[in-house]
Design a protein around this ligand. Structure first.
Ligand code: ADP
Ligand code: ADP
Length: 216
């Protein structure tokens, strides 16, 4: 299964990606996570990406696409993958299509996580990430009294780009650059929308129900 998750920042892509990828035994490839790992590792890629990420802008396509091409070339991605956060504009989607076609592959399905703006803002304001295992939590919805990960005991942190002002800009970037992907993939006939409101497990269930007919 070659799957893409799209939706606004805060829709729950990362949260759902961890469960869906594990259910389907495919690697979860999150461009945001790869960029953040490079930022903390102090690599050249990280230094370049950070200036864009801090503003809430997209990292330039050449850089992002080269990184995804390398990751998709690895052995574990040959029989399927779940992309979270890529593609994020129509040029990235077109290049992804061509790249996969060159390898005799194609996307099977694009799942759109649908939530309204108010919910997105609430979700981003309370988002915390584990510095050790990368698991995503929410202060209010997961009733986090401490700053420790319930899964591994690691320390939780708030992302720099989840500040209110940056969030607003990221939502604009989503509307302008990423939302057009919905029509792009609808025209390709591989888009399915999933209601991403309600408890995490219910959303996972809805996503798995949407995926099942596309499993080979
Ligand atoms: P969210 O989960 O809130 O939507 P991500 O973790 O996916 O955010 O992305 C964080 C930041 O990383 C983005 O704001 C952008 O700067 C950069 N980024 C991630 N994926 C891409 C991409 N496909 N193209 C360009 N920039 C990206
Ligand atoms: P994205 O990757 O789309 O930016 P995340 O998966 O990081 O979104 O989720 C954003 C925040 O919302 C996190 O704090 C996460 O714990 C929380 N969240 C995700 N799904 C739900 C849900 N169904 N109900 C309540 N909170 C959720």
């Amino acid at each position: 299964m070659r799957l893409v998750l799209v939706g606004p920042p805060g829709a729950g892509k990362g949260t759902q990606a961890q469960f869906i990828a594990s259910n389907l035994s495919i690697p979860k490839i999150s461009t945001g996570d790869i960029f953040r790992a490079n930022v903390s590792g102090g690599t050249e890629l990280g230094k370049l990406a950070k200036t864009y990420m801090d503003r809430g802008d997209l990292v330039p396509d050449e850089v992002t696409i080269a990184m995804v091409r390398d990751r998709l070339s690895e052995d574990d991605a040959q029989d399927g993958f779940l992309l979270d956060g890529f593609p994020r504009n129509v040029p990235q989607a077109e290049i992804l299509k061509k790249m996969l076609a060159d390898w005799g592959q194609a996307l099977d399905l694009v799942l759109e996580l649908v939530v309204d703006d108010d919910e997105v803002v609430r979700r981003l304001a309370g988002r915390r990430t584990c510095s050790q295992c990368g698991r995503i939590w929410h202060v209010e919805f997961d009733d986090k009294q401490d700053d420790l990960c319930d899964a591994c005991g690691g320390t939780l942190f708030q992302r720099d780009d989840d500040k209110e002002e940056t969030v607003r800009h990221r939502l604009e970037v989503y509307q302008e650059q990423t939302a057009p992907l919905i029509n792009f993939y609808a025209d390709e006939g591989i888009l399915v929308g999933v209601d991403a409101t309600g408890p995490v497990e219910e959303v996972t269930q809805r996503a798995m129900d949407a995926i099942r007919p596309f499993l080979g």
